[in-house]
Design a protein around this ligand. Structure first.
Ligand code: ADP
Ligand code: MG
Length: 131
């Protein structure tokens, strides 16, 4: 989860060009059994046309060498693996807000979510055949 927040915060810093406000808010909804983390910046914003694409692997608007386009793709997958979801709201010229919603008690995360749950290897398909 540390990587999730780091990726989103670094993007916010990039978007604000060294000047702006970064606000991190957290909330716990006992009834829904979920926590929400909102990371809001006053950066350049994300145009509507690319708002869905920002989560795609290798999608970047940064100069070659500046961005890999993997930050949000990885963040989104980590959140999903914890049974949560990531949302984005943005207005060009005003800023962006990423919202992460996580279940307090993970019902059925995609991979079981526990350390000791061994990742099953695809049978007969070793990752490094011949080694
Ligand atoms: N807070 C933000 N404000 C404006 N644009 C953003 C923000 N976060 C992400 N983006 C856009 O989403 C793209 C993808 O982000 P990311 O997956 O982290 O890759 P990278 O940072 O390497 O470009 C960025 O290139 C940028 O266009
Ligand atoms: Mg990034």
């Amino acid at each position: 989860m540390q990587q999730v927040f780091m990726n989103i915060i670094l993007n916010a810093v990039d978007a604000m060009n060294e000047r702006g406000d970064l606000v991190i808010e957290t909330a716990h909804d006992a009834e829904k059994q979920q926590i929400t983390v909102r990371i809001t910046d006053t950066g350049c914003g994300i145009p509507q046309e690319i708002r869905e694409a920002v989560f795609d692997p290798f999608f970047t608007t940064k100069e070659p060498g500046q961005g890999t386009g993997l930050g949000l793709a990885v963040a989104c997958r980590i959140v999903q693996a914890h049974g949560g979801r990531t949302e984005v709201e943005s207005e060009v010229g005003k800023g962006t807000c990423f919202t992460i919603v996580l279940p307090v008690r993970a019902e059925a995360p995609t991979d079981g979510g526990t350390e000791d749950a061994a990742q099953p290897q695809a049978a007969g398909n070793p990752p490094f055949a011949g080694e």
